[in-house]
Design a protein around this ligand. Structure first.
Ligand code: NDP
Length: 339
């Protein structure tokens, strides 16, 4: 660790609850945020994390995570997030409940408002606000969430091995989820609300060629059926209004994700789907000292392990950037003092 770091930490009251300035602020508390926190804390950046509206992120609504390396018997999503939080805190991350509601990245240090009232400044900001799956908004979908209703085939598909499942959606996510499930499940029914899919032609063709996939066009979901778990789905044909009960044990909602990035939109370029554009091969954004990791900047992979990987990258990028930036600041101060 450089001497500069020791100087920096001595002057940055990162964990003083009354401080309004942070050396490193992490926004969001999924696998990306916690991994960034572990690395930032171990690098002496005194990170403060604001958890956001759903502390722990999307994994808090995932029952069993079986594809995160290192858990041979799988792990419950909330338990994994509790472990990640404990690991981040063990190295000194200050984890706080609160929602970042406004930022001003026009100058430096960066300005951040929490819960619309408290204002802070930060030398470096790591954005790990994630993305939220879109849901249909049906009460039955909410009641059976985690009990057969899922928004992630890669996470939960395995539990429906050799069973009948239903996927709703007509975009690339739905096509990809349905293709993935077709490898595992006995049968996959895809519910498309219109008469065409929005997915790429290649994905559509692949889907249509799978022998155990049926696409129902002009079909909407009326209700997810079941008491303790999903037993089927009531659907309605939008042209004939005819209702049918389809048998299924899994119901996968794949109607898109919404990255939680709106609050940054005035300062950081977002792509057409709202994801943060980072500089290729890094977590740098266009704003010096602001880094983005996890699902907020990843519309392709969106896995806990890839989020954790980019969280690590963000902390390393932030640490290196701060070292250079604070050296510049110190040199300028020295020049001014001797002038
Ligand atoms: P999209 O917005 O592209 O598609 C959403 C789909 O869900 C549409 O078919 C839409 O229907 C349908 N839908 C929306 N709301 C409802 C509802 N309430 N009930 C029923 N159906 C509904 O989202 P995706 O997540 O599929 O894709 C987002 C972006 O990510 C796209 O640009 C896509 O290309 C990209 N992507 C790329 C991948 C890759 O490159 N491997 C993988 C996954 C996504 P309608 O068409 O009628 O509006």
């Amino acid at each position: 660790m450089s001497a500069l770091h020791h100087d920096t930490n001595a002057t940055v009251p990162g964990h003083n609850p009354d401080s309004t300035h942070f050396h490193c602020l992490i926004i969001g508390s999924g696998p990306a945020g916690y991994t960034a926190a572990i690395y930032a804390a171990r690098a002496g950046l005194n990170p403060v994390m604001y958890t956001g509206m759903q502390p722990g992120g999307q994994l808090m609504i995932t029952n069993d995570v079986e594809n995160f390396p290192g858990y041979p018997n799988g792990i419950n999503g909330p338990a994994m997030m509790a472990d990640l939080q404990a690991q981040a805190e063990r190295f000194g991350t200050d984890v706080r409940n609160g929602m970042v509601t406004k930022v001003d990245f026009s100058g430096w240090p960066h300005k951040i408002w929490v819960d619309e009232k408290k204002q802070f400044t930060a030398d470096a900001v790591i954005i790990s606000t994630g993305a939220s799956a879109k849901w249909l908004g049906l009460p039955s979908e909410q009641r059976l969430n985690g009990l057969g209703v899922s928004a992630c085939a890669v996470c939960d598909g395995f539990f429906y091995r050799n069973q009948k499942v239903i996927v709703v959606g007509g975009g690339d996510t739905a096509a990809e989820e349905a293709s993935y499930l077709a490898n595992i499940c006995e049968h996959v029914t895809v519910l498309v609300r219109g008469d065409k899919m929005r997915a790429s032609l290649f994905m559509q063709k692949r889907l249509k060629n799978l022998p155990n996939v049926t696409i129902l066009w002009n079909t909407e979901t009326v209700e997810v059926l079941g008491d303790e778990g999903v037993s089927g789905v009531r659907v309605r044909n939008r042209i004939t209004s005819e209702e049918t009960d389809l048998e299924a044990t899994g119901f996968f909602v794949a109607i898109g994700h919404k990255p939680n990035t709106e609050v940054f939109a005035d300062y950081i370029p977002l792509n057409e789907a709202g994801y943060i554009d980072t500089i290729k091969g890094s977590t740098y954004t266009n704003v010096p000292g602001v880094f983005a990791c996890g699902d907020a900047q990843d519309m392709v992979y969106r896995q806990a392990v890839t989020a954790a990987g980019t969280g690590c990258m963000a902390a390393l990028d932030a640490e290196r950037w701060l070292t250079v930036k604070l050296t510049e600041v110190a040199e300028l101060a020295e020049t001014a003092a001797t002038a």
